[in-house]
Every structure is written in structure tokens, then in C-alpha cells.
Design a protein around this ligand. Sequence first.
Ligand SMILES: [Zn+2]
Length: 277
Amino acid sequence: MRIFNSFSGINVIKEILRHERCAEYVFECFPPDFLKEVVRPYSDIKSELKTFSGIGDKNPSETVAKVSRASLREEIVHSVKKKVFENNLPYIHLSYYPMGYRTICAFRVDCDVTDRASFFNLLNHAEKHELPMTWFIDVASQESYMKEVASIRKAGHDIQLHCYNHVTYGNYRKNEKNIRKGKDLMEASGIPVSGFVSPFGQWNPSLNKVLEDMEFQYSSEFAIGYDDLPFYPFFNRHISSVLQIPIHPICIGSLRNAGFMPHEMIAYFDTLVSTKN
Ligand SMILES: [Zn+2]
């Protein structure tokens, strides 16, 4: 964990550029008070209910990060680039995607209260379409067939932790107990655990502290970030050591709640994928 003396805008910009692996000279191209007002909301960790554009009058909703961190980040990077170009220099940074790809897509399953039959039904679909996926295990529900869950790793699937009980608590001790119980049971079945996604996509500093202390590599909670590149959350004057991997926060369940028919769900995700190209 790296502590900041203060949350000045300059530190926020530097962290964004550090994460882009920008060339050193980029950091010298803007003044200390650069984009002060744009940068301040970037470290806001509140969440709120938002409605997403759907189909016709059916619009799904979810409780997600209050701040659209992706738009702020893009605005900040765009402004830094302008400054760099004014100095007749190129903006050099690490590619956002591996191996020259223009974008990447990953499938994630949160196994909420999934019985054995449903689990293997979905696995059959994944294998039919040759789709290795990341499965986040709701351990209390999958405990009775955990050895079989472990066996699908051989086919290239990634298995990680969702929870033991499907709850995200507001305090350290309860989160720690729940996460440790799930992790221990998975590891006892031969599944190494390095990633976590919280129940209901909720995030709070005490949860993050547990993940840091248990040395998780990454987590994914749309209450702190969504539709964005991976980042390290800022809060209480420090930057998390746990990489946050944002997703699109609307799932089939949210669409069902908004009254979507199956063909409308397909159309929704088709449109979403086309916007990510
Ligand atoms: Zn869940």
C-alpha cells in the first residue's frame, strides 16, 4: 500500500499515467494545478442507483459507482495528450490491450445459488461454443459438488471466489470471516484462489482492506467502477494494492427485472458489444 500525503489533483493524474505506463517526460508536461476541478471527483467512492439505456421503454437499473470514472479518466488523458502535443512530443504509453488487439471481451459467471444441474447445463453451453469462462463460486451453494467444480479447470476454465454466504458486509471482521471460509474450502478442493467478486457488486473500504490483507490480485465490483479499464481504487489517502477489473454492470437478471424478453436481451448485448469495438 502506498500512502499519499494529500489527495491533490496532481497525484490522481500521476496515478492514472503511472497505470498507463507513460513515458517519464509525459509527467513533466503539465502544471501542478492542472485540471483541478475535473480530477477531484475521481476519488469519490460513493455508489448510487443508475438507469441504463435499454430497448423501447424498458431500461435496466443497477447500483453502481456514482462517478463515471471512465469518462473522467478519458477526459484527463485527452487533456494530458494535448499538453504533450503542445510540446511537440508523442504520447507514449503501454497498449490498453494485449498482443495488438483493438479490444478484448471476457465472460464471467457469478454462480449465485446455482445447483449442480444448472452449473453443468451452463458448462455444456460454454464447451459447445468453445468459451473458457471465469466462474466466481458462491461456495455455500457449490460446496456439495466442489470437487467436480475443480475438475473443469482442466478444460481451461478459471475458477475464483464470489463468497461463502451471498452477502457483502459493511465491516472488516464479517467480510474477512465470509471470504476466508469460502477461500479455504475452495483451496481444500485444489482450487487456488487469487480473484474475488463481491455479492451484488458492492464495494466498501473495509471489504477492500480484507482483500488487501488476504493478498488477492484482483476484484471486480461495479459499485466502485464499471465499463472502464482496470484500475487501482483510491480511498482514504491510499491506492489499493488490489487491481479492480470493471465489468458492464447489467446482467441477464437485471434485464429480466426490467421486463426484457430473451430476444431483447440478445439485442441489448449485441448493441453493447458493438459500442466496445
Ligand atoms: Zn452474486
